[in-house]
Design a protein around this ligand. Sequence first.
Ligand code: FMN
Length: 216
Amino acid sequence: MHVLIINGSPRIKKYSNTDKILAKFTEGMCESGVTFEQYEISDRKKWDDIRNAFYENKDILIALPLYVECIPGLLMEFLETLTPKNDDTRISFILQSGFAEGIQLRCGEEYLKKLAGYLGCTYMGTLVKGDNFGIRFVGAEQREKITGQYEQMGREYAKDGGFMSEECRKFTGPEVFPAYVRLLVGLMFKTVARRSLNKVSREWGCNKPLDFRPYD
Ligand SMILES: Cc1cc2nc3c(=O)[nH]c(=O)nc-3n(C[C@H](O)[C@H](O)[C@H](O)COP(=O)(O)O)c2cc1C
């Protein structure tokens, strides 16, 4: 099997969490001899090449982050330039996000089911997973812990070119956190996470508080 992989994040490859996830995912996927070519939607100069690859390939995987509850606008802009295929092409999705509960991604997942039809492709499932905010901020060891889980999902995908298996369904984790976890997360965002985000923003050259309101 040869797979066309499209990273649907508007962030350039170097800074894209989706790219770090794909690096691990493809390691697992290629173990059984699957090959792939990967493109980034953030690179507009490549849009003609991505379009050609879309028409030429029969197994397509679009990996995308959740942006404001659904798919990123730049990816949408690209998809609107495509003509539906209707040639038995199979399409799957990796939908990943910042917030951890599965329920946050379900609206996006429902849209992707429809999108497969709009593109004239057969829907082969969506791998749904949150809790990925940290990939860009954390050190190498912690990053490996977050992204390493996707290696096994790459192996699963290689079996039948989709995400319909029970193992892929379970990969999402908890649909909704119990009340005490939600309380703890809320507390963390006000304390530990806030301090660490302030530190990261200073390192990135931000010299105003994160809650700065220039228009007030
Ligand atoms: C503009 C913007 C909107 C986002 N909206 C959501 C959201 O609605 N829900 C969520 O869980 N995460 C949201 N996130 C977090 C991203 O989905 C998450 O950080 C993802 O790993 C980013 O992947 P990328 O670096 O490949 O773009 C948002 C991030 C940005 C920058």
